[in-house]
Each structure stands twice: as structure tokens, then as C-alpha cells.
Design a protein around this ligand. Sequence first.
Ligand SMILES: [Zn+2]
Length: 269
Amino acid sequence: LKAIPYLGDECIRHRIVYDANRYCECIYCGKPADSREHIPSKVFLEKPYPDNLFLVPACKKCNNSFSADELYTWFIIQTLKKLYYENKYIESKMVKRRFKNHPVIIAKVNEDLREFLKEIIDRTKGNDIYNYKSKRIERILEKLAVGHSVFELSEGYYIEDEEWSVSNIAYAFAPSLSQNEIDDFEQAIDISNQLLPEIGSRVYDHIYVVQAMTSNENIGFQFVMLDWVDIQEEKYRYICANSVNEIVVKIVIDEFLYTSITFSKELHK
Ligand SMILES: [Zn+2]
């Protein structure tokens, strides 16, 4: 794994770049971090993994608490995708191949599958499975969004008197979205009128300026646009932008799950 040079503010470097010799805080709970984890979690990617994955400090307790829900999220995405495109259930072979060293995980996933399929049949009679909503999935999407905003914007991490908290989590599977909804979602974000992220934030790697010409050639408009970050083609991409009191992170997993997570700033005195 190649290390990514740190470009952010030096004052908060220790919060973001894990250093075993130095105290740093878990980006999820603010307690001392005693481990680090990849953002996004490898479960959402395929081997060979991209060499630009980054690490954030986290505590083992948070880290472990996400594992089962991450697998569940991966698993629901794969199940629905397969049903939609091939009209088949995910084979336990696929699950086994992926987690061949983890018999406990396979057992858990198989149990989740049975539960999930039962729930679909009971609740929707099979009609509405692509609107499936789950707190477990939301929890993971929020977690991923926190990681991306910490990395891209040097924001979203826990600090003493100021905290970003999630104010909206929306997600949908591709079959439940109209083409218009997808087109809207896909747009790069126009940040021309927004407060720009901290100078040196990684987000500047994804900013570009668009010179738009009107019919009167003397008047040109400039737009500052923020573009998607591709972690792995067809598997995982995201975009995040902040304004004074809001951070929006959009993520597409497997070109099948679309999500938009909004954080709002809360001040604690
Ligand atoms: Zn923690």
C-alpha cells in the first residue's frame, strides 16, 4: 500500500494521519484511536485493491462494531443486483470465495440472506424489493461518509466544541431511480458560490474550473466544479462538498447503490 502525502492543515494532521507513536482520536467516536482502517472498507472493492486507499484512525471498538453491518450492506447490494440483472439469487459460492478464511462470516451471511429473503417475501410479496430500507445499511453509509469527509475536507471529525452530525441519509438502488434522478445525482457539484474548503485539502485535486461562454462572446462565466473521485471503476466512487454549515457526501457503490449523506454543524457550548 502506497502512502498518500498529507496535504491538509498541520494542526489537525494527527487527527487524520494515523501515527502509532502519537495519540490520536477515533474519527467516529472521538476516543483514543488504537487502530486504523481503510476508507472505503475493502469489502466494497475487488482485488487487486487500488493503491490509493487511505487510512483513518479509529478505535478497535468502532472498527469491530461495523464489520457485520458492512458485510450485510455488501451482501444486500450483491443480492439485489444479481436479482435485477440475472434474476438469480447470489450463490453461496460467491460469498464463500470472498470470505474463504472466515467460516463464521459465511454462516452469518447465509443467515442474513435467509432473513432478508424472508423479509422481502413477507413484506413486499416481491414487488418492491428495490426500495429495501435498512438501519444497518444506513449506519454503514454514514460511517463511509464520515471517512470521506475527514479525508477530503479535513472535516467531519470529532472536535471538542464543534461537531458535525448527520442530518440526512438517503439511499436508493438503481432500479428504483428514474433516469432524471440518476442524472441529477451524477452532476458534479457547483461550488462557485460556496466557501471553499481549507487550502491544502485533498478536495482540491478534484476541483476544476469551467469557462462557460454565452452567445455574447465578451461575457464569460466561470464555474468552480467539484468532480467525482473514482476509487475503483464500477465498484466505488464518491464526491463530497461542504458549505458553512453543511457537508454533502454522495457515494455510488457497485453502480447500484446511490446514496447522499448530509452532515450539519452543531455547536456544543
Ligand atoms: Zn471509536
